[in-house]
Design a protein around this ligand. Structure first.
Ligand code: ATP
Length: 469
């Protein structure tokens, strides 16, 4: 967990030994940047402190005068179930530990163990607390369905309800320092979602985007973490890595599914410790930057196949969203068409053309394997070619037709819908199936259906009449 979020949570140390309270407060601040630490020597005052202060974690000694930790523990867990209590005892007794856990303790530590282990335990408890609070926040936002900052999503044109839910989720987790994983097919708008999350994060720094696909381990390390002068032959100047560029901001790692295993190890270290070694440096550097990762790949499958480290996978997906492909939100197509017509006309210095009435309908018959990017390219292409007032459908028909063609090298017979059929339809049956499919895809519009299968509207109408008889 990075220091940023942890520092905001209150921690209460309860012990009758002032020396332990002092040294633990110092250790929490020094090693984990935890500054909101309250100390209490008198266990009788604990409930009062909890009622007044925003405390997330209590470190509770067991043996104290007036009131023992074991008596206090059930009162805390009953009255403040959202507070995590870590018992810190001088006794290394399994029975005591089991009793405390049964009474609702989050964890049990022995005072003689290494300080680092106790601090790691506190950070673990804080992480749980943070996730719990975020869950409540997410549920509240999703239920209210309202966005507090709709302007952050301005560039994302949509009226789809799944997308609206996704926005509410992104808004709820945007201020978390934990990673956000954005998945979805190529061209669905993952980068736009990452930029919206950054805008909502309230971070003062900038968003720095790095496409990690195809970077070998050395280039990845140099790009992200930089190097010191003289780190390798030719390194006559030190270089700041992208992580430092993104300090107090967001590091957006695109195509994370392509990261090599050695690079995954380096990234995990940065996520866990918030620190990294520039190439050639003998001391680590600490930088606070939120990581947003994106991929079009199935990371779970990659993890299962051993191509993606499990620890990194779980770390990255602490918060996650899947941006649905365009074919799952076809109602967005007319809106996006309008948006891109406007954008294309502006950037090409042309007057905005009027789209033919059936264009949106035609586009809704297409599956858009390249998603929003494909639609955008189609519109730009058509606007750049267009001359009359009304936009021609031809460029779109051609693009859609081409999209259905097999890729070069793939034989047409591989995609033959009849290949493998036990009984071939007769010519007339096949024709009827084709006509009916075109009518379904065109939403009952005969002109459009006729264009889809390359015949005239009267010819199609004649066939339909014949089928009705
Ligand atoms: N809902 C949307 N509204 C407006 N423009 C969009 C929308 N979704 C995507 N775009 C545009 O489509 C293009 C592709 O979007 P983006 O780069 O965010 O996709 P991606 O999912 O990150 O793709 P890749 O996986 O290839 O990196 C960009 O030009 C983007 O501006």
């Amino acid at each position: 967990m990075s220091e940023g979020s942890a520092a905001a949570f209150g921690i209460l140390l309860v012990d009758d030994e002032p020396a332990w309270l002092r040294s633990m407060s110092l250790a929490l601040e020094r090693s984990a940047g935890l500054r909101h630490v309250v100390t209490c020597q008198d266990p009788r005052k604990v409930m009062e402190i909890l009622a007044g202060d925003d405390i997330a974690v209590v470190l509770l000694d067991l043996t104290m005068p007036h009131l023992s930790g074991e008596d206090l523990l059930p009162r805390i867990t009953t009255e403040h179930p959202d507070v995590a209590v870590i018992v810190v005892s001088g006794l290394n007794q399994v029975e005591t530990a089991v009793r405390c856990m049964r009474l609702g303790a989050f964890d049990y530590h022995v005072k003689t163990e290494e300080e680092d282990r106790l601090i790691a335990g506190v950070l673990r408890a804080l992480r749980m607390q943070e996730l719990q609070r975020e869950n409540v926040e997410v549920a509240t936002r999703l239920l209210s369905g309202e966005l507090r900052h709709p302007e952050a999503f301005e560039g994302i044109v949509t009226q789809d309800s799944t997308m609206r839910t996704l926005f509410a989720y992104v808004e709820a987790v945007a201020r978390s320092p934990q990673p956000l994983l954005v998945t979805g097919e190529s061209g669905v708008g993952k980068e736009l979602v990452a930029r919206a999350a950054h805008r909502l994060s309230g971070c003062a720094g900038k968003l720095v985007a790095v496409n990690v696909a195809g970077l070998d381990d050395a280039v990845f390390a140099d790009t992200l973490f930089g190097h010191v002068r003289g780190a390798f032959t030719g390194a006559d100047q030190p270089r700041r890595g992208m992580v430092e560029e993104a300090e107090n901001g967001t590091l957006f790692l695109d195509e994370i599914g392509d990261l090599s295993i050695p690079s995954q190890v380096k990234l995990l270290r940065f996520l866990q410790e918030g620190e990294f070694f520039p190439l050639g440096a003998d001391r680590p550097r600490k930088v606070r930057a939120r990581v947003i990762a994106a991929t079009h790949q199935d990371l779970a499958a990659k993890e299962q196949a051993g191509a993606f480290r499990r620890d990194l996978y779980y770390r990255l997906r602490t918060h996650r969203v899947r941006v649905p492909p365009l074919r799952e939100r076809k109602d967005d197509i007319p809106l996006l068409l309008e948006h891109f017509l406007e954008e294309a006309a502006r950037s090409l210095g042309k007057k905005r053309p009027t789209p033919p009435r059936q264009l949106a309908q035609l586009l809704q018959t297409h599956d858009f394997p390249g998603n929003v990017r494909e639609l955008r390219a189609m519109v730009f292409d058509a606007v750049s070619l267009h001359k009359d007032r009304v936009l021609s459908m031809d460029a779109f028909l051609e693009a859609i037709g081409r999209a259905g063609e097999p890729p070069p090298g793939e034989a047409a017979s591989d995609r033959n819908p009849f290949a493998g059929a036990e009984r071939l339809p007769t010519f007339d049956e096949a024709l009827e199936l084709l006509v009916r499919e075109a009518m379904t895809r065109a939403g009952g519009n005969q002109t459009l259906a006729a264009r889809l299968i390359g015949i005239s509207q009267p010819a199609l109408s004649k066939r339909l009449k014949a089928y009705r008889r």
